[in-house]
Design a protein around this ligand. Structure first.
Ligand code: LMR
Length: 343
């Protein structure tokens, strides 16, 4: 009996000193099992507005929670590609995603306003919608599918890349097939000018351009540059015809189960990263355009203001189409909030 007690005492001492259970809750070394893990899946490269913001968010959260919350970022469709992300979020395979608004519009048709060609004249008008009542109304719709929209991020304005011939006038689109990121308004945008449209997930775009399944695509400079689309495209028309932004979404059930303090930290940090992301997005798109120009792989043409206004007029049937689908009231509310605020 005495011998047994001695063995126990020695074991306790040895384990204590040698650190068999080394867990020290000093914030730096938190037991893995106690950690809150947030898997954040997205489809673009790391050196993009979304990629960098996701990474910054993860870093800040790790620092500020002293390691007790870990945001694990999976870029480049590593875990899930377009069309799989929503279900993965719903199943709880990932806890956070940031799909393009066009992809959200497949679930909630009013989100197609983000795809309307030439609706937004500049990023200020985009942010007025994102941060105003329309943005809130749109994010609230996600709750129907047990998703919570926490923030809206920018990428930037979309441009056209293609093969075959340069695109300067809307009728130059005729006969070409373009990859689109969602069905509906984006299809309509190309059909209006006699072009064809094919819906493809982002990770299939390069190959499809290379193989000629599609002759063109529309995207931001950042996505064109980081995906090397200029290796498989001859022309870039700086048309600035549409906007590409993101909704940062979490699984609602997961969110509700988080401790209040964790939610607060995540929310505040995300709000800060959102402001950072919007500045970064603008900078990156500018820098990467210069890089594309330096690479000299594509012929680049920038539409003039007059040419853009002609394009805009020609796109009016697309607006009527969306009006029929989502109702005139919502659209006129959006248009009104896009207008610059008079001082
Ligand atoms: C695309 O599919 O072209 C984009 O939505 C990718 C992205 O997330 O920026």
């Amino acid at each position: 009996m005495v011998k047994k007690c001695w063995i126990c005492l020695i074991l306790i001492l040895v384990l204590g000193v040698s650190g068999c259970d080394k867990r020290v809750i000093d914030g730096q070394q938190v037991n893995k099992k106690e950690k809150i893990i947030i898997k954040f899946s997205h489809v673009v490269e790391e050196n993009t507005p979304k990629g960098l913001a996701a990474f910054r968010f993860a870093q800040l959260i790790s620092e500020r929670s002293s390691g007790s919350i870990e945001v694990q970022v999976f870029p480049n469709s590593q875990l899930f590609k377009d069309g799989e992300e929503f279900e993965a979020l719903n199943r709880g395979d990932v806890q956070m995603i940031a799909p393009a608004t066009s992809k959200v519009s497949q679930l909630f048709p009013q989100w197609q306003i983000w795809d309307l060609p030439y609706l937004f004249t500049d990023l200020d008008s985009v942010h007025r919608i994102m941060d105003g009542p329309v943005g809130k109304e749109l994010l609230d719709q996600l709750l129907e599918k047990k998703m919570l929209g926490l923030a809206m991020w920018d990428n930037g304005f979309k441009h056209l890349t293609n093969n075959h011939h340069p695109i300067i006038k809307p009728r130059d689109l005729e006969g070409l097939r373009f990859r689109i990121m969602s069905q509906g308004i984006l299809e309509e945008q190309f059909y209006t000018f006699g072009a064809d449209a094919l819906f493809l997930p982002f990770n299939d775009v390069y190959k499809s351009l290379e193989e000629g399944r599609v002759q063109g695509q529309e995207n931001t400079i950042s996505n064109i540059y980081t995906k090397d689309f200029d290796r498989v495209q001859e022309y870039l028309t700086l048309s600035q015809h549409g906007f590409l932004g993101y909704a940062v979404i979490v699984n609602q059930e997961f969110w509700n189960e988080l401790p209040g303090q964790a939610r607060e930290l995540l929310e505040n940090t995300l709000a800060e990263v959102t402001q950072w992301e919007r500045v970064k997005a603008r900078e990156l798109n500018e820098e990467q355009l210069l890089e594309l120009q330096k690479r000299e792989k594509m012929n680049i043409y920038s539409l003039t203001t007059l040419e853009k206004s002609i394009w805009k007029e020609n796109f009016l049937p697309v607006y009527s189409k969306l009006e029929q689908e989502i109702g005139p009231e919502f659209l006129s509310k959006v248009k009104k909030q896009c207008e610059p605020i008079e001082n």
